[in-house]
Design a binder for this molecule. Structure first.
Ligand code: UD1
Ligand code: CA
Length: 457
């Protein structure tokens, strides 16, 4: 379809009542991506030059879930799928070529299918994507004539018993030639069981014009999976999970237990990354070759270098170099940048900090609003006291500094290069380079005190 000029129109004005939700249906997430974004991604990948979305019900929430480049058309009242296309007439007045009409609730549709549908439409007015399903109830049925051409699409609620038995269904995805489309749509009435203007009636209108209706049958009916209920939303998640994992494994990613691994389809994961069970890798994450993620880890929008190990940990919106070790039980919060060979160890929390090559925070620490140079060693139980109850302050720890266990670093604070803080110190003043900072009460041993003061019995 490289040369064809294709615009996509995504119908998303409906209420989605069966979800029983305060949110509009199309913003519900499948593998942590709002459904409508998956539909948009398929349209983009198919080469659509322009994408419009028809919005109505709770449109503010739908608009908020759309990427900037997507145009919205408002449908004032939901009079049916044909009306939803008609409201886009002004926006499409100067467009030519094809219009792909899609539903916002079909997150499994592939871009290759959309491209094929446009190819099938060729220079005809209409092509419809159909599928053979075991249980066609609820869908519009494809009625074919003696020659096998599409004669009509009959809605479930309008169908006769013999039509109800047809198991070829209308997926609700169409390609229309824009030339003459709105003149034809004007001929559709709402004389049917639901009193709606059915887009499916375009079949009748085309046939009346002696225009054949083209059809593409899905080979993988899974693509037609529509989400109307919470159960179907969960099924869509499972199907997309399987599809994503299979694609990654085919590209050389190790996934030990695919059914216990949830990876967002837009992640970039290199070959020879190994993913252990109970792991979620969310939108926007990139992981380089040789890294091991999991078990039981959650990575949200992170950049992970090569040969890293992230074990039983959470990483959010952060970046790390190569050979970093995270966990077990570490929490790397947003805006953390790690160099190469950094260790964020057991039960360590790091937030909004930059940590240089080879620095280590092996155990039980909190590091926030800090900048650590290279080769810094942070002892167990160290805390950057970055918050005084009013404002956050920064801690700077220069190259090769050694922070003794259980040091409280009261920010704002700078620890000089190669300096040491004594274990158990509360450091509130800057420490110059190459120095030892000791800030704790001197120990007093009282000889014989226990025997004198604690009588047995
Ligand atoms: C529609 C088709 C049916 C097909 C099914 C596939 C019609 C008449 N029927 O039925 O043949 O098998 O899809 O899923 O088209 N929408 C609007 N504005 C409206 C009405 C609907 O934007 O005024 C949007 C909805 O938000 C939804 C899509 O259009 O995304 C489909 O509408 P819906 O009412 O769910 O159609 P179905 O009854 O499922
Ligand atoms: Ca309906």
């Amino acid at each position: 379809m490289s040369s064809a000029n294709v615009t996509a129109l995504i119908l998303a004005a409906g209420a989605g009542t069966r979800m029983k939700s305060d949110k509009p249906k199309v913003v519900h997430e499948v593998l942590d991506t709002p459904m409508i974004q998956l539909v948009i991604a398929a349209a983009e990948k198919a080469g659509c030059e322009r994408i419009l979305t028809v919005v109505g019900y709770q449109e503010d929430q739908v608009r908020a879930a759309l990427p900037q480049s997507i145009e919205c058309v408002h449908q004032p009242s939901r009079k049916g799928t044909a009306d939803a296309v008609v409201v886009a007439a002004d926006a499409l007045a100067d467009s030519s070529g094809y219009l792909l009409v899609m539903c916002g609730d079909m997150p499994l549709l592939r871009s290759a299918t959309l491209r094929q549908l446009v190819a099938v439409c060729q220079d005809r007015c209409m092509a419809v994507l159909t599928a053979h399903v075991e249980n066609p109830s609820g869908y519009g049925r494809i009625v074919r004539d003696d020659t096998g051409s599409i004669a009509a699409i009959v809605e479930d609620k309008d169908a006769s018993p013999s039509e109800l038995a047809i198991n070829e269904i209308n997926t609700g995805i169409y390609c229309f030639a824009l030339d003459g489309l709105f003149d034809r749509l004007a001929k559709i009435d709402n004389d049917n069981a639901q009193g709606e203007y059915y887009l499916t009636d375009m079949v009748k209108v085309c046939r009346a014009d002696n225009e054949p209706v083209m059809a593409l049958q899905l080979t993988d009916a899974e693509e037609a999976h529509g989400v109307n209920s919470r159960a179907q939303l969960a099924q869509a998640g499972t199907l997309l999970q399987r599809r994503t994992n299979e694609k990654l494994m085919a590209a050389g990613v190790g996934i030990v237990a695919p059914e216990l691994t949830w990876i967002s389809p837009d992640c970039q994961i290199d070959h020879d990354v190994n993913i252990l069970p109970n792991t979620i890798i969310a939108k926007g994450t990139k992981i380089k070759s040789g890294s091991s993620i999991g078990p039981s880890s959650r990575i949200y929008g992170a950049n992970v270098g090569a040969d890293c190990v992230i074990e039983e940990s959470i990483v959010r919106d952060s970046t790390m170099g190569d050979r970093c070790q995270i966990g077990p039980y570490a929490y790397v919060r947003p805006e953390v940048t790690l160099g190469n060979d950094v260790k964020i160890g057991t039960s360590v929390e790091v937030k909004k900090s930059t940590i240089g090559d080879g620095s280590k925070i092996p155990h039980l620490s909190y590091v926030g609003d800090a900048t650590l140079g290279t080769g810094v060693n942070i002892g167990a139980g160290v805390i950057t006291c970055n918050y005084d109850g009013v404002k956050k302050s920064e801690t700077i720890i220069c190259d090769d500094a050694f922070i003794g266990s259980d040091t409280m670093l009261v920010a704002p604070l700078t620890i000089g290069k190669n300096s040491i803080t004594a274990a158990g110190s509360t450091i509130g003043e800057d420490v110059p380079d190459d120095s030892l900072a000791l800030a704790r009460a001197r120990q007093v041993n009282k000889d014989g005190w226990v025997k004198q003061n604690r009588k047995e019995g």
